[in-house]
Ligand binder design. Sequence first.
Ligand SMILES: Cc1cc2nc3c(=O)[nH]c(=O)nc-3n(C[C@H](O)[C@H](O)[C@H](O)COP(=O)(O)OP(=O)(O)OC[C@H]3O[C@@H](n4cnc5c(N)ncnc54)[C@H](O)[C@@H]3O)c2cc1C
Length: 380
Amino acid sequence: MGCSILFNLAARGLTNSILLERESLGSGSTGRSSGAVRMHYSNEVHARMAWQSLEIFRNFDQVVGGSVEDQAAFVETGYLIFSGDDDVDAFHANVAMHQRVGIRSSIISREDAAEIAPAFNLEDCAAIAYEPMSGHADPSGVAAAYASRARELGAQVRLQSPATTVEISSGKVTAVITAGDRIETPMAVVATGPWSRRFLLEHGIDLPLEATRHEVIHLKRPVDKLPYHPGGADIANLIYFRPEGADLTLVGNGNIEQVVDDPEIYAARPSQSFIQEVWSRLVRRIPVMEEAEFSTGYAGLYTSTPDSHPIIDRVEGIDGLYICTGFSGHGFKLSPMVGVLMAELMLDGRATTIDIFPLRMSRFREGDLNSPSYGFKVLV
Ligand SMILES: Cc1cc2nc3c(=O)[nH]c(=O)nc-3n(C[C@H](O)[C@H](O)[C@H](O)COP(=O)(O)OP(=O)(O)OC[C@H]3O[C@@H](n4cnc5c(N)ncnc54)[C@H](O)[C@@H]3O)c2cc1C
């Protein structure tokens, strides 16, 4: 988010911004992200952000410009979304909303799905949606590309430079402090991912953000039997998956989570029980994956909010302070538009391309949370 914001500010002419990164680019959630870029959401604000971001991912080199070359590496795989029995009505309503928004998505028959994914078991599917233009991209590559282009435009990126404090005086941002520097500025954005709760609390801002640990595994496909398959979000089996490289399948879950107190201390490897659980769920959908081999796995942190919607807002009562966090496990696909919207909020006073009112920070105080229609966390 920080890199996308930095680039979008620079592209709009604010070229003297500085990105302070605690460690290295992508060292938080982004470097461990599954990179899935699909459109299926139950709410319009996310669907619109995902769809307009997809347009950017697909034309990344032209939109970002400069010497950035194919670093986003968008791969169109098509995406199948499988409804559970209890979700069918909501599922149909979602796809109708997607079509209203302009997203290329439709409910398809089992026969059509069997042509797209011949190896899949489709017997238990209450309904299936297909997004032919969706796929995945490389999260670290996207962050690096945004940062490189922002630098070309004049912005600075300082690695190994944690911000310790945002200095606020008479209700206004005056500077950002690091261990060795005081950077005068009238504007600061807190886009600190899993570190956000702690950082904001130190500034008296108490938001219900949690760092939660999530695991992902890569399985080596039996490529003679399954050379390729589209991406998928399987609500019935509570997994998501996509092809990775030439012969791997990435599988994640989103719902099996563990709250982490300190974002710097968590088990970085997947547990045996997770591997067994998601692998067997995958086999229910793709039986031939029983013959797959375990390749690798890892864990990363989501920054979760109670309604799985992010917070993109200015802080009331502190002129020049902005918050952009809480992406709850599905922020990568939104990141191109998050940068656009943040630049609008900061430079024009409000975001105009998409109505981000549902993402305001006061919703927690007001008790006006968004209501995701799924129990499947990453789908919201
Ligand atoms: C396992 C996993 C799978 C995922 N899969 C998907 C997916 O398929 N599709 C999708 O859309 N999303 C996915 N996500 C979610 C997505 O990756 C995140 O929503 C997104 O990367 C969040 O970006 P961010 O910039 O908010 O946070 P981060 O990437 O965590 O960036 C925050 C940065 O702030 C830095 N920082 C923290 N404190 C300070 C400080 N005081 N000073 C300076 N720097 C600081 C950190 O070092 C970090 O680099 C996944 C996430 C995980 C963990």
